[in-house]
Design a protein around this ligand. Structure first.
Ligand code: ASP
Length: 622
């Protein structure tokens, strides 16, 4: 049976989008939605649509008076069934833009299956701008429109390839529970009160992290899951409170073996899903965290364009005469620059706007030097710097003019990380605003060797930069072993604070696509690591007891990663918001506008759970 024959049902012999010239003279039964309707008196033309495409149906009152009469009232989005003969279109009336454009179906029978109100927006105008809240409220109609339908189909193909490639490589798909105990990934938990144990709650998984590690202890060797994850945090373009991860874990691995499998898998899945989009570089470039910070001012560099950050420190004379520069260098600060090609003629208002942004991102100011098309240098600091210093800046940012319009150099002086991050943000924004990125290219890279911990001055403790189960790089295991693990001695000076983790992120076009690590699989070391992060032993045992205990029964070395399925699908579909690849996403405030969730529960539900709501201080009772 062919793939198309399998789609036949009692109501249809074929699907609308699949009919071709080779089907001519076949009698077919079709069912679908009226996409468009054109009335030419005795001839009525219908574009009939289903998920597979559109086909033109023609009904002639002269030869099929009953069918013609049935269509009299029918309007767009009504659901109908038709029966008729596939007929080649008359020469000159073919439509090359539509896959079925060589034929039409001359129908002699039309049946109305379902009527439709006038929709709040036109399904047949895929490019019409529609207020997003209207799209979300009537998502089932938005999903009928071609762009969203195609993105969901792409997502389905992506997930299908993910499954195939993992099975080909010996992975076992395991579903882990949704009602669990807290698994921290740095966000707040969603909690679900237990009716059977009043006063107790389950947490929804922020990720299946502990369970996948327990599956390794259980000997499953290679696990994967298309896992739903829940994180109660503020929403952004690349975040939703519930989302899907490709979650995987492997036994008997080191960092290189995990990255090698993941890279091969990501390439294979990407190429199967979007064979038309070029992967910029294979193997993926690998950077350390320190290197990407220095070169791109970001831990998720977009490599589709250059404009790397340059440290001007070495090029400038010891004293430049410009206080901002000299002060930065007196401390631990840096003077960093990017060179924007073709922006030599930049308008003052544009500079003011960029300066405002730099300040918003934390810089004390933005210095600019423009090489104008006539070769003149324009800069407010030209009067402070010697011609040699200006020359040195030009040379170290790449030498002579690169574009006929002249170039613009932007300089930020200040603290090491801040100066890099501010310029890193400007780099991305300027590149996107001036279309520097090839929109078809897929630029993947790895970033690894992150610090294990970051010092949190507020709580006075070290926090995991990734998840708390990551292992240090082999040469830093000793740092953890010498850490006292003693809370009273926990300090910013603890040598373990400088440890690097066997942690890696895979980055695509400036988005963190996923991240993972090789894990600690030794109970003692994990307890020391928890202690450093401020977990008293009892507390750590209460939170992660199962994992700690399991490590005493023979735990294989293991590691893994999780990749955001929506981010991957969104990037493959050239979208900037993951809502665009989700069937039923939530709004910025976490609402489902269609189902009207969250909603007030029935009072009985509260009492069954033994709960009551008390208003937050300052909020009136609803
Ligand atoms: N559980 C981690 C996350 O959700 C991924 C991992 O380390 O495998 O980011």
């Amino acid at each position: 049976m062919s793939a198309m024959e399998r789609l036949a049902t009692g109501l249809r012999s074929d699907v609308c989008g699949a009919l071709r010239a080779s089907d001519a003279q076949r009698r077919v039964r079709l069912a679908g939605w009226i996409h468009r309707r054109r009335d030419h008196g005795s001839l009525v033309f219908i574009d009939l649509r289903d998920r597979f495409g559109i086909v033109q149906v023609v009904v002639d009152a002269a030869t099929a008076p009953e069918a013609h009469a049935s269509l009299a009232e029918a309007r767009i989005e009504w659901v109908i069934a038709v029966e008729g003969i596939v007929t080649p279109r008359r020469p000159g009336t073919e439509n090359e833009k539509v896959a079925t454009g060589a034929i039409e179906v001359s129908a002699d029978s039309v049946r109305i299956l379902s009527r439709a109100k006038t929709p709040p927006f036109y399904i047949n105008e895929p490019d019409a701008p529609i207020d997003e809240s209207v799209r979300l409220k009537h998502r089932y109609l938005d999903l009928r429109r071609e762009p969203l339908r195609d993105r969901l189909l792409l997502r389905s193909a992506l997930v299908q390839s993910i499954r195939e490639v993992h099975h080909d490589h010996g992975f076992v798909e395991v579903e882990t529970p949704i009602l669990i105990k807290s698994t921290p990934e740095g966000a707040r938990d969603f909690i679900v009160p237990s009716r059977l144990q009043p006063g107790s709650v389950y947490a929804l998984p922020q990720s299946p992290q502990q369970m996948k590690q327990l599956l390794m202890v259980a000997g499953f060797d290679r696990y994967f899951q298309i896992a739903r994850c829940f994180r109660d945090e503020d929403l952004r373009g690349d975040r939703q409170p519930e989302f899907t991860q490709l979650d995987l874990e492997m036994s008997f691995v080191d960092e290189a073996s995990v990255r090698s499998f993941v890279e091969q898998m990501v390439i294979e899945v990407t190429q199967r899903t979007r064979p038309d989009r070029p992967i910029q570089q294979i193997p993926f470039p690998v950077f350390t965290y320190d290197e990407v910070l220095e070169r791109f001012g970001s831990d998720k560099p977009d490599l589709r364009y250059a404009m790397e950050l340059i440290d001007l420190g070495a090029a400038l004379p010891a004293s430049t005469g410009f206080k901002v520069f000299d002060d930065a260098r007196a401390g631990d600060g840096r003077i960093r620059a990017i060179r924007v090609p073709g922006k030599g003629g930049v308008a003052r208002s544009e500079i003011d706007e960029l300066t405002e942004r730099a300040k918003r991102y934390g810089a004390s100011g933005l210095v600019w030097i423009a090489l104008q098309p006539d070769g003149q240098v324009r800069s407010p600091i030209a009067k402070f710097l010697s011609p040699e210093a200006i020359e040195a800046i030009w040379t170290s940012t790449g030498g002579t003019q690169t574009a006929p319009e002249g170039d613009l150099i932007l300089v930020v002086a200040g603290e090491r990380v801040l100066s890099a991050e501010v310029l890193g943000r400007l780099r991305v924004e300027i590149a996107l605003e001036s279309n520097m990125a090839d929109s078809e290219a897929l630029a993947f890279c790895w970033v690894h060797r992150f610090p294990m911990y970051q010092w949190d001055a507020e709580t006075g403790r070290w926090d995991a930069t990734h998840n708390p189960f990551s292992a240090p790089v082999p040469e830093h295991v000793g740092l953890l072993a010498t850490s006292s693990g003693d809370l009273s001695r926990r300090s910013k000076e603890d040598p373990a604070g400088g440890a690097l983790a066997q942690q890696y992120d895979v980055v695509l076009n400036g988005w963190e696509l996923g991240g993972g690590s090789v894990r600690i699989h030794d109970r003692d070391l994990l307890e020391r690591s928890f202690a450093l992060m401020g977990h008293a032993l009892d507390d750590a045992r209460a939170k992660f007891g199962a994992l700690l205990d399991a490590f005493e029964y023979g735990a294989p070395p293991h590691g893994g990663i999780a990749i955001g399925v929506e981010r991957w699908a969104a990037l493959l579909a050239n979208q900037t918001n993951i809502r665009e690849v989700m069937a039923f996403p939530k709004t910025q405030s976490g609402s489902d506008l269609m189902l009207e969730a969250p909603s007030q529960p029935d009072p009985k539900q509260w009492s069954d759970l033994g709960l009551a709501v008390s208003p937050r201080p300052g909020t009136p009772r609803p």
